[in-house]
Ligand binder design. Structure first.
Ligand SMILES: [Zn+2]
Length: 362
């Protein structure tokens, strides 16, 4: 009898173990699509598997964002934000875009121009975004998501511009507007198309989680937003690459395949502060090699990526969120940093100095 009871307990223990194992497996594999979520093309600094996904599920933060707002709409919303700045009618472009996302269910391929026109009209009539979005269930989600992506693009800043009254001299101007720059310096041509998500095969099959901008070797590469250098050095996918994190920590900008022998602007190292529009490196064709300083990319180009995080756990591993930055680069195409060659150092530096208040110093 005792033996039977013990066997019974063992049976219960065994069944419990099987059930627990199955439950644990279900937690790990509950989302097959997510498990297959590719490791980003270039970011391989990540160590082994990060901490348990079970823990992630318990915390509340945004796990995924699709970003497909056309550059034409980004520009219209940005213009209205800038034009109304400093008035009591100021309206944030992020709020407008969040509102429009609710209107099209977050799928901007379904966006209708009449929704934009109707919004502008309602704002003209004196309604506020708070009133207009009061009943929108997902408004705050899109607000938070788009703030993570675009939060560093508009703001006040000081820039040194040509002084019209004193030809040949410059003077500091205080402005509000677009303070993010195209990653390609002014005067340098490049070719591109929306290549986010297309497949790549070096190493193992994975999706392309960034944007390639084809240009000439040596083209000065510019910091899109001000931030702190978080990664700098060789990576077997990205070659010579640099990663810069925004001051609010939400955005990680990734610039890869930089030039052999002279990839980075001198003086840069992990921890350096860069201002938007600063030259940070030079376009090249390094990468796809475990050996350092090797050109193993066929076409010279900049790989430009943006990863956003809402929680530290999303920095590395399966929870990474990489944004389709194609429309962002289209928006920034007209906003380039002017650079000039310094004959002494043979490097390129920006012509118009810039002070971004977020960097906390000038
Ligand atoms: Zn790429």
């Amino acid at each position: 009898m005792n033996v039977f009871v013990i066997r019974g307990k063992r049976l219960i223990a065994a069944v419990t173990a099987v059930v627990l194992t199955a439950a644990l497996a279900a937690v790990f594999f509950q989302s097959p699509a997510r498990r297959e979520e590719p490791v980003p093309e270039l970011e391989c600094d990540c160590g082994a598997e990060s901490d348990s996904p079970v823990l992630h599920e318990e915390k509340s933060y945004i796990k995924w964002v699709d970003f497909d707002i056309p550059s034409s709409l980004l520009e219209k919303a940005m213009r209205l934000d800038i034009d109304t700045y400093g008035t009591d009618r100021h309206v944030s472009w992020i709020d407008m875009l969040a509102y429009l996302a609710c209107k099209c269910g977050g799928n901007f391929k379904a966006h209708r121009t009449k929704d934009w026109k109707a919004l502008v009209q309602k704002l003209d009539e004196g309604q506020t975004m708070e009133q207009l979005a009061a009943d929108m269930e997902y408004y705050s989600y899109y607000q938070e998501a788009y703030t993570a992506i675009l939060g560093g693009f508009l703001g006040e800043f000081d820039i040194e511009l040509d002084d019209p009254e004193h030809p040949g001299e410059k003077k500091w101007m205080h402005q509000y507007g677009l303070k993010a720059y195209s990653p390609i310096a002014e005067g340098y041509s490049y070719g591109d198309y929306d290549d986010f998500g297309s497949s790549r095969s070096y190493g193992y099959k994975r999706r392309h989680l960034g944007h390639d901008m084809m240009g000439s070797v040596g083209t000065p590469i510019v910091a899109v937003e001000s931030g702190i250098v978080e990664a700098l050095g060789w990576n077997q996918y990205g070659g010579w690459r640099i990663g810069i994190r925004s001051f609010d920590t939400k955005r990680y900008y990734y610039y890869a395949h930089l030039r052999r022998d002279h990839p980075y602007q001198s003086g840069l190292s992990v921890g350096s502060v860069v201002q938007a529009g600063d030259v940070i490196g030079y376009l090249g064709m390094t990468g796809y090699s475990q050996k350092e300083n090797v050109n193993n990319i066929n076409t010279p180009h900049l790989h430009f990526g943006m990863q956003i995080i809402f929680d530290e756990s999303q920095k590395e591993g399966n929870g990474e969120i990489w944004i389709d930055v194609y429309d962002i680069t289209q928006l920034l195409k007209k906003h380039r940093s002017t650079v000039a060659k310094d004959e002494q150092t043979r490097e390129y530096t920006r012509v118009y100095r810039f002070r971004d208040p977020v960097t906390g110093h000038s």
